[in-house]
Design a protein. Structure first.
Length: 66
């Protein structure tokens, strides 16, 4: 995240994958990534990416410049 802020990025895509678990349980990494990003002071907003950007396997993040 620091590199993105230093480079002046306003938007970032984080690819966490869809999980692909055989038992169809909810993805683990996705919830951990979302929880961590929600607590980060530089994150203004986040949402699941659109179909061409990874859909449920990725997040789009709007950054606040600090």
């Amino acid at each position: 995240m620091v590199d993105c802020l230093e480079a002046g990025c306003q938007r970032v895509r984080v690819i966490h994958g869809k999980g692909g678990r055989m038992d169809h349980s909810p993805p683990v990494l996705k919830s951990l990534v979302i929880g961590s990003l929600k607590r980060h002071p530089a994150v203004l907003a986040l949402r699941t990416a659109g179909p061409r950007d990874g859909a449920s396997g990725a997040l789009r993040i709007l950054l606040r410049h600090m």
